[in-house]
Design a protein around this ligand. Structure first.
Ligand code: PHE
Length: 336
């Protein structure tokens, strides 16, 4: 009997169970009423009285050991199962929840804001549905002047005084009519023009306009501000060129060109082999605009500029179709 008990103790010690079946085998052999323990207790009855004490305690040790081991094996099998479950998750599969990415226009807008904020500009916003005064009249567009036609305007049929703003210059007026100089703000926002939609033009797009009004602001401040912006946005070696132009609200006015940062001025498809690309318009705020907002144009002067956010983004990422920005095609958006 002693040998049997020792043998079982050893067997219990060395046993391992990884599966539920092996666990069940153990239970049947050592725990259940039909197992070896019942046989041993049966045999114990035949043991002479003087040996009962010794064998009795050995049997109890074996029984306890069996129960302890059984609990251990249960824990083991459960942890193997948990591991298996963890391994059955394919971590290389794409995540089921798509967190999305930042829209390329938002990326450009944020970067533009960051560059100008570092130069002391704050961000101002205004309404997209605007009245004639803030979109045209206060900006020195004479009544019935063809300049109004420069910007194919969406008028609200029921009230021709109401329109969708054609530029963010309306925010200049809203800032100046209610505040006191100095003003140093940029104004990002969506604008609308009644244009045929093509790869190069859309009936809505985004602009960022800048306005700086203070005593003694000159064209040299405008140039320096835009030099800095262009180098930060398009790279250190970027050159800036001002081309004479016309806007009713600035005098003098100039288009802003930057040297093509793709071919470095050598000529390529993007710059149509000129070495230069246009990024916006600019100029010194016309005194009539300051006066329309109640600002003394003898004391104050200012500059303004306006750039297309789509245009900058298309140049920066070499995107050749403006429609991509508003089509919500994941194949396009997920690249940013
Ligand atoms: N508002 C002009 C446009 O939309 C751009 C501009 C802004 C030009 C400020 C000069 C100064 O075309």
């Amino acid at each position: 009997m002693k040998e049997k008990i020792d043998e079982y103790l050893q067997e219990i010690d060395s046993l391992k169970a990884n599966t539920k079946d092996e666990l069940e085998q153990f239970r049947l052999r050592f725990i259940s009423k039909k197992g070896v323990m019942t046989d041993l207790f049966q045999a114990f009855k035949e043991v002479p009285n003087e040996q009962k004490k010794e064998y009795g305690s050995q049997l109890n040790v074996l029984k306890e050991k069996a129960q302890e081991k059984f609990q251990e094996l249960i824990d083991e099998v459960n942890s193997v199962k948990a591991q298996d479950e963890a391994q059955s998750i394919d971590v290389t599969l794409p995540s089921p929840s798509n967190t999305g990415s930042i829209h390329p226009l938002t990326k450009t807008k944020n970067r533009v804001i960051q560059i100008f904020e570092r130069q002391g500009f704050s961000v101002a916003e205004g309404p997209e549905v605007e009245d004639d005064f803030h979109n045209f009249t206060a900006l020195n567009f004479p009544e019935n002047h063809p300049a109004r036609e420069m910007q194919d305007t969406y008028f609200i049929t029921k009230n021709p005084d109401t329109l969708l703003r054609t530029h963010t210059s309306n925010v200049q007026i809203r800032l100046m009519e209610h505040g006191k100089p100095p003003f140093r703000s940029i104004m990002p926002g969506r604008v609308y023009r009644n244009e045929a939609i093509s790869a190069r033009a859309h009936c809505f797009f985004n602009q960022v306009e800048g306005l700086y009004v203070d005593k003694k602001v000159s064209f040299k401040d405008l140039k320096q501000t835009l030099y800095h912006f262009s180098k930060e946005m398009f790279g250190k070696d970027t050159q800036v060129r001002f081309r004479p132009s016309y806007f009713p609200f600035t005098e003098p006015s100039a288009e802003i060109d930057i040297s093509c940062f793709i071919c470095k001025g050598d000529g390529c498809k993007i710059c149509k082999h000129t070495g230069w690309v246009e990024i916006g318009g600019s100029g010194m705020v016309d005194p009539n605009v300051l006066e329309a907002c109640g600002i003394d144009s003898g004391e104050y002067s200012g500059f303004a500029f306006g750039m297309g956010i789509e245009r900058i983004t298309m140049l920066k990422y070499q995107i050749d179709d403006i429609r991509l920005f508003s089509e919500n095609d994941m194949r396009f958006l997920s690249q940013f």
